[in-house]
Design a protein around this ligand. Structure first.
Ligand SMILES: NC(=O)c1ccc[n+]([C@@H]2O[C@H](COP(=O)([O-])OP(=O)(O)OC[C@H]3O[C@@H](n4cnc5c(N)ncnc54)[C@H](OP(=O)(O)O)[C@@H]3O)[C@@H](O)[C@H]2O)c1
Length: 476
């Protein structure tokens, strides 16, 4: 098999492939020096170096399988165009980059017309995952999966004895699920960051002391890679200044766009992924220093270290609030996958998705087993957080969650993802929502009509006339 694109992800994935029994891997990179460097540095891999698409294709046994790991976007199209010319019907091109799923749908359709199989595959786990075992989310045809399945199972991460890969669904399904994975990752990271901020400013504890808190949390129901690395980051001391590293890192979070894609897609599907949206917006807010500097004197409470004398009870409340908000974020993410599957006609097993995220990827966590259990028990579960295990966790967290959000508002320590998760939860459980008033307003200014609770049909009030109600055509 072959790998095209030998930057950090491609070279590590190629090394991972080559390390498996019986595999010989041909490698190609646009800039040949990078190919030569990789081959020279890793003689143990037994790579077959190639310097053109023609020699690359010649080096592969049929049906050919090539994994592309290049910069998502135009570069991916450029490589596909080249491969289509040198591959033959029945061969398989896999795009392992972070491509937008709609691009994958388009590419799959175009490549399929040549008789070549095209598979868009989400790869999660960063450079270490690519080398040691990523979580893999392939889309594409059933036919491609027959060939690809054994290869991908051999290089994927293993969680509780099972490889972290499954055939997600046709065409863009794999990249769609990878996109939502990244969106959930944004929400998870933001929630952890808010928990840290609340504890730091609420109790006055040092980053090293808070690292101990996270390390402790990592032994309980919050156990996950992100909680684990949070403890590591908080414990790190800057060699130059002797200060905690977190205090010398500029507080402006970057983003590569998959969070924004998740939110944009959710908006067009009409799925409220408010936790992911708040996390994405929080990164944006942090990255506007000019707006932050002119706003610094705005009135508000000074965040006092109100819990310095008795920090433990507050820390436990933050832990519970974090867990509850995390359940909401995952529930919203799975809701988006369900809606995407319905819109694009993919048959996605949500329980399997949770399973393949247990290892290799950034959001890997024990907790994902509970999601698999929930979908195993009820595959058509309309809202994940209504599964019995999560209801129990949310019941336990209730009081603490509300108190933490109240404290955030009272002290002025921003916790947008905590607050919006709670608002979403309360919105779901509300007997009546003020959406009725919005329908009234829409009917008033735009004759958008409304439904009634007590009879069938669509209605409009003659607002600028005598205000009687008439039956009307549904104009939404
Ligand atoms: N980094 C991560 O943690 C991570 C995790 C999951 C997925 N991904 C995805 O994996 C893919 C690879 O990521 P990366 O960080 O290893 O590399 P990258 O910086 O995204 O891309 C660099 C690679 O793309 C090639 N390339 C760029 N333009 C090209 C063109 N027009 N034609 C042919 N090749 C071209 C480069 O070749 P030259 O050497 O010739 O410039 C190089 O091999 C990306 O889609 C990324 O989003 C990354």
């Amino acid at each position: 098999m072959g790998v095209v694109g030998l930057a950090v992800m491609g070279s590590n994935l190629a090394r991972n492939l080559a390390s498996r029994e019986g595999n010989t891997v041909a490698v190609y990179n646009r800039t040949t020096a990078k190919t030569d460097e990789l081959v020279a540095e890793h003689p143990e891999a037994g790579f077959v170096a190639t310097d053109s698409y023609v020699t690359f294709a010649q080096a592969l046994t049929r049906p050919r399988t090539a994994i592309i790991m290049v910069k998502a976007g135009r570069a991916t199209d450029a490589v596909i165009d080249e491969l289509v010319h040198v591959f033959e019907p029945g061969d398989i091109i896999v795009d392992g980059g972070n491509s937008l799923f709609t691009d994958t749908i388009r590419r799959e359709k175009a490549v399929r017309e040549t008789g070549i199989n095209f598979v868009g595959m989400g790869v999660s786990g960063g450079e270490e995952g690519a080398l040691l075992g990523p979580s893999l989310m392939p889309g594409g045809s059933d036919e491609s999966w027959v060939t690809l399945g054994p290869i991908l199972r051999s290089i994927a991460a293993v969680a509780e004895g099972e490889p972290c890969v499954t055939h997600i669904g046709h065409d863009g399904a794999g990249h769609f699920v990878k996109m939502v994975h990244n969106g959930i990752e944004y929400a998870d990271m933001q929630l952890i960051a808010e928990a840290y901020d609340l504890i730091r400013r609420g109790t006055g504890k040092t980053p090293a002391e808070i690292a101990d808190v996270f390390a402790e949390w990592n032994r309980g129901e919050l156990e996950s890679y992100l909680i684990e690395i949070t403890a590591e980051v908080l414990r790190q001391v800057d060699a130059e200044t002797g200060r905690p590293l977190v205090d010398v890192i500029l507080d402006q979070a970057g983003a590569k766009g998959t969070g924004a894609w998740t939110v944009q897609t959710a908006l067009s599907l009409g799925v409220p992924v408010s936790g992911i949206a708040e996390a994405t917006f929080a990164r944006s807010l942090s990255s506007h220093p000019e707006q932050r500097s002119v706003s610094r004197e705005l009135p508000g409470p000074d965040a006092a270290t109100a819990f310095a004398d008795d920090p433990d009870a507050f820390i436990e409340e933050v832990r519970l609030a974090l867990y509850a908000s995390k359940i909401v974020a995952y529930s919203q993410g799975f809701d988006e996958i369900r809606a995407g599957a319905a819109e694009y006609d993919w048959s996605i097993d949500l329980g399997e998705v949770a399973k393949i995220w247990r290892g290799g990827c950034i959001i890997r966590a024990q907790f994902l087993n509970r999601i698999t259990d929930a979908y195993r028990a009820e595959p058509d579960l309309p809202v994940l957080l209504t599964a019995p295990y999560f209801v129990d966790a949310l019941t336990r967290a209730q009081e603490a969650w509300r108190r933490v959000v109240t404290i955030s508002a009272q002290t002025g320590i921003p916790a947008p993802a905590f607050s919006s998760s709670l608002a979403y939860y309360d919105g779901l459980r509300a007997e009546r929502l003020p959406a009725a008033l919005i329908q009234g307003q829409r009917d008033f200014f735009g004759a958008h009509t409304y439904k009634r609770i007590d009879k069938d049909g669509t209605f409009h009030t003659l607002w600028s006339g005598d205000r009687t109600e008439i039956e009307a055509e549904d104009t939404h």
